[in-house]
Design a binder for this molecule. Structure first.
Ligand code: PGA
Length: 250
């Protein structure tokens, strides 16, 4: 049995005040949901504040992105060692917004994945197709290529200790959630594709769905056999919505 994971991706949002009220608003629901893992990915500058606010509750946290470099002359970067020092558990890698706006190729994503694991963090590898790709019926090939790029570098066994987030790009921030059947179809495909390489990995790896998840859609999505929780953007910034999504994973 895989434990469901509900992870909030705050993206470029927050103030010290909103971070405090969000975590304080979530902690009771997170602690009560003993069979659900709850995590948030704040902007890096709020990581220490989140570390302090989560010291005595079950909420975990992660980075939204890290550098492949550990230290040195790389202005503006945050290293996985720094993120680990602040007590983070996870780091997202390969989010479509990083791929799109920061030109992160599959090769860059693979290098980051390796750096994240090398420094004791769990990578949350984001993959997913554009609307054009879905309409051209190449969704399976797109997610396979994205996974293969990482497996070629990190090895299949590295996936025993990672999370995959399937996020169809056309559903991110658009309000267009994939139907539970559409999502399950891709999740099952991903798991079967992994199974051909390692049954252990395929059984163990949590595959989250992301893309306009709301409290109203969470329960049905998470009831699908191969959907092990969600990566939540917009709705993670609204306490009642995010608590509803956690409830949906119970
Ligand atoms: P959304 O974002 O829930 O706002 O669609 C999801 C994500 O980008 O991780």
């Amino acid at each position: 049995m895989r434990t469901p994971l509900v992870m909030g991706n705050w993206k470029l949002n927050g103030t010290k005040a909103s971070v405090k009220s969000l975590i304080e608003g979530l902690e009771a629901a997170a602690d009560a949901a003993t069979n659900v893992e709850v995590a948030v990915c704040p902007p890096a500058i709020f990581m220490e504040q989140v570390a302090n606010l989560t010291a005595n509750n079950s909420i975990k946290f992660g980075a939204q992105d890290v550098s492949t470099h550990i230290d040195g002359a790389y202005t503006g970067e945050t290293s996985p060692v720094m993120v680990k020092e602040f007590g983070a558990t996870y780091s997202l890698v390969g989010h479509s917004e990083r791929r799109q706006y920061h030109n992160e190729t599959n090769e860059v994503v693979a290098a980051k994945f390796v750096a994240i694991q090398a420094h004791g963090l769990v990578p949350v590898l984001c993959i997913g197709e554009t609307l054009e790709e879905r309409e051209s019926n190449v969704t399976s090939q797109v997610v396979e290529t994205q996974l293969k790029a990482v497996i070629d570098v990190a090895g299949i066994n590295a996936f025993e200790n990672c999370v995959i987030a399937y996020e169809p790009i056309w559903a991110i921030g658009t309000g267009k959630v994939a139907t539970s059947a559409q999502a399950q179809e891709v999740h099952a495909h991903i798991r079967n594709w992994l199974k051909a390489q390692s049954e252990v990995v395929a059984e163990k790896v949590q595959i989250l769905y992301g893309g306009s998840v709301k409290a109203a859609s969470a329960k049905e999505l998470f009831a699908q056999a191969d959907i092990d929780g969600g990566l939540v953007g917009g709705a993670a910034l609204i306490i009642t919505e995010f608590v509803g999504i956690i409830e949906g994973a119970k």
